[in-house]
Write a protein that binds this ligand. Structure first.
Ligand code: GUN
Ligand code: ZN
Length: 435
């Protein structure tokens, strides 16, 4: 048994569905009790200190203890090409992404980048990521192996593409099915790993490949399925030309068995009414990738409208189409984009999206995403005065929301005091080895 003390923030409900005052639970002198890698209790430092006398205490003072960030859509193989200049989606894929992804046939390179990505994520307070890999099975083994070494709960899958990608970066209908099935059987449910069947997006799969992925998902309905949907208008026009029979972009997935509750649809910006209806009816997960949507020039995700429509939404960096590994920066971008759309998201809503909201779309709530008894002790500790600029603004704050908002808007990895994975602090050791 051990205790972490500081300010604590957890969620009793969804702050998009109820007043944030009811949804969020903040405690100034709070504590989290951890045993066997799990949270066993939250409460006041005084009460938990009395309940567990003699338990070692890590005191974080004024820092804010929250659930670890859950990044619901990343491409770990794009780590080394983040911040590549000057292209929109299709040109960006062809110029930067596909050439880099070719290198992941080399298991050594894949292992290096998987380790690099996960260490950067941990440094930024991200405790779970749902990642695309490349077409190479070795890229999937590398990611799950690196995550297991850090005891991180991750979601990942082999990216499948059998057209409109360079030679050397395509599979086939049969190999996509066989390789995905073998990887799924190897990794899904092993330790903290979960498998996501991963057709990249409709333009890089033939109808036959989408159908094979749909058949595989029907065989393993407990797996997640991740793909991209309606990110850029040029992309949507291309999808319509490649699938002339489809009613809309989502229909290319729906017709092939790739629409479901455990489906994750990245971006989902330019949705048609029928697409919204179907996504809501099945309870699919939409994943908002705000830094990517501005960086690649994709458009404005309608957070307020889609939430009012009762869609299920998570938040993600979309590294390396996204321009940051930080979920703080990602919340800031979500705030800014929502402002452009006429709605100011409350800090409680932003923090919920980055933790519980993402955990829900990954179907991992209860396990991750909240400071709650029974959940894994995957915890991030935020220093609310990590730079002089942030410190001077938060010194004026009247409540926790005003105190945390400057860190959301201006914070980066320096604001992450500690990152705990299943009850073990992992950030300090990384910083020591880097020093
Ligand atoms: N659509 C298909 N592949 C990708 C990708 O790698 N990144 C982004 N942002 N969009 C995509
Ligand atoms: Zn993506």
């Amino acid at each position: 048994m051990q205790l972490l003390t500081g300010q604590t923030l957890s969620f009793a409900g969804n702050p998009f569905d109820m007043p944030w005052q009811e949804a969020a639970r903040h405690q100034t002198d709070g504590a989290v009790a951890i045993d066997g890698g799990r949270i066993v209790a939250t409460g006041s430092a005084e009460a938990l200190g009395a309940r567990y006398p003699g338990a070692p205490v890590t005191d974080y003072g004024d820092a804010l203890i929250i659930a670890g960030f859950v990044d619901a859509h990343v491409h770990y193989p794009q780590t080394a090409i983040i911040a590549s200049w000057g292209k929109r989606l299709i040109d960006w894929l062809n110029s930067y992404t596909f050439p880099e992804e070719m290198a992941f046939g080399d298991p050594g390179y894949a292992a290096d980048i998987a380790a690099r990505y996960l260490d950067i994520a941990l440094t930024n307070g991200t405790t779970t990521a749902a990642s695309y890999c490349t077409i190479h099975p070795a890229s999937v083994d590398a990611f799950f192996t690196a995550a297991a070494a850090r005891n991180m709960a991750v979601v990942a899958g082999k990216t499948c593409m059998d057209r409109n990608a360079p030679d050397g970066l395509t599979d086939t209908v049969a190999s996509a099915y066989d390789d995905s099935k073998a990887l799924l059987e190897k990794w899904h449910g092993k330790g903290r790993a979960r498998y996501a069947i991963t057709p990249r997006f409709s333009p890089t799969s033939t109808p036959g490949q989408l159908a094979a992925m749909g058949a595989l998902w029907a065989e393993f309905p407990d797996c997640l399925m991740q793909t991209h949907l309606s990110e850029q208008t040029d992309e949507i026009a291309w999808v319509k030309s490649l699938y002339p029979e489809a009613r809309d972009y989502l229909d290319t997935y729906e017709e092939h068995g790739l629409l479901g509750e455990r489906g994750l649809y990245g971006h989902a910006i330019h949705l048609e009414p029928r697409e919204k209806d179907r996504l809501r009816e099945v309870g699919a997960g939409l994943v908002h990738c705000p830094t990517s949507n501005t960086f690649i020039g994709s458009g404005i995700f309608d957070m307020a409208g889609l939430m009012a429509d009762r869609q299920r939404i998570g938040l993600a960096t979309d590294t390396g189409g996204g321009s940051s590994f930080s979920m703080l920066r990602t919340m800031a971008a979500a705030y800014e984009l929502s402002q452009l759309n006429g709605t100011a998201l409350h800090p409680a809503q932003l923090l919920w999206l980055a933790t519980q909201g993402s955990a829900e779309v990954l179907h991992m709530s209860g396990e991750i995403g909240n400071l709650a008894p029974g959940a894994a002790a995957d915890i991030t500790v935020l220093d609310l005065a990590s730079t002089p600029a942030i410190a001077q603004r938060q010194a004026r704050a009247d409540d926790i929301w005003e105190a945390v908002f400057p860190t959301i808007m201006m914070g980066d990895d320096r604001a992450v005091r500690a990152t705990w994975i299943a009850g073990v602090e992992r950030k300090a050791a990384l910083e020591q080895s880097a020093a």
